[in-house]
Design a protein around this ligand. Sequence first.
Ligand code: UDP
Length: 328
Amino acid sequence: MSDRYLVTGGAGFIGSHLCELLASQGKSVVAIDDLSTGRVENIRHLLPLPNFQFVRETIMNAQVLDRLASQSETIVHLAAAVGVKLIVDDPVHTINTNILGTEAVLTTANRYACKVLIASTSEVYGKATKVPFCEEDDCLIGPTTHSRWAYAVSKQVDEFLGLAYQRQFGLPVVVMRFFNTIGPRQTGRYGMVAPRFIRQALSGEPLTVYGDGEQSRCFADVSDVVGAVVRLAEHPGAVGQVFNIGGVEEITMRGLAERTIELTGSRSPIEYIPYDRAYAPGFEDMRRRVPGLQKISALIDYRPSFTLDETLRRVIAYEKQRLEAPTG
Ligand code: UDP
C-alpha cells in the first residue's frame, strides 16, 4: 500500500477531491498545479494539514517534478487541458499540455519506479455509437480538421505512452477513462454542462441546451470517482490495465435541464442553441455516452453510491453558497 502520493492537477476539480480523500486516509499528499484551470480555493481547507503540501508549478518544470517524484510512491496524473470548450478554443495548448505533460510524468516516474495512474477520458471512444463502451472496443475518431478530436487523440497518445512504459520498462501504470464526472467545485467555464445549468438556474437565466437536447450522458459523483481512483491505485491487479470510471444513470440534456429547474425551484426557461453557435461550425457531439463498468466492478467492486439527484443537490448547495459568499 502506498503512503506517499503526488497528484498532478491537484487543485483542479477531481484533483482536489482526490487530495482530500487521500489526506483523510492519513496518506502524505503533494499536489502540484499551475493553477491554469485549478484554483487555490479548491484546496484551501487542506493547506493547514500536516500531511498535505501544495506546490504551485507546472509539471513541465523538470527539476521540480523530479524532486517531487523522488519523494513519492504513487503519482496520479490529472494535470491536463480539459473541457470541450477550452479544447475547441485553444487546440495548440491542449495538444502540448496533454502529450508533453504525460511524457514528462512518465519519464520522471520511471527514474524512481513510481506507480502512475493516468487520467484519460471517455472522449477516446470518439463518435463510436456502441452502448455501453467497453475498454477493449474500437475507437472512432473524427477528422483532424475538427479541433474536438485533438483532445481524444492527445489522450489516446497518453494511454499508448503509459502502456508502452509499462510493457517496455515494467513501470506500474494504470489508465483511467473518466466519463462525465460532476460534483462541487467543478467549473462551468470550459463547457461542463452540470455546473452551467445549475448556475443558470440559480441566477434566473435560461438554461442553454445545445442541439435538440436528446443527447445523453451518465454522470458520476466525484466522490465515487475518487474513491475508485484510490482503490485502483492500491490494487496490484490494476497495473497495465485500462478502466472506465463513470456513472450508471443515463439522462438526456433536456432531462438534466428539467431536473435542474425542478431541484433549484427556478423559473428559468430552457433555451435550445444550435451546436454551430455553441461551439464551432461542424462541431460533432456524441449522442449517447454510457460507460461499461464490468471491468472495474469486477476488480474493486465499484458501485456508485450517489444517485444523480443527490449529486445535483450537492452541487446546488455548493453553488448557492458560492453565490452568497464569492471566494474569487
Ligand atoms: N451541453 C449543453 N449545454 C451547455 C453545455 C453542454 O447542452 O451549456 C451539452 C453538450 O453539448 C453535451 C453534454 O451537454 O452534449 C455534456 O457536455 P459536457 O461538456 O459537460 O461533457 P462532454 O460529454 O461533452 O464531454
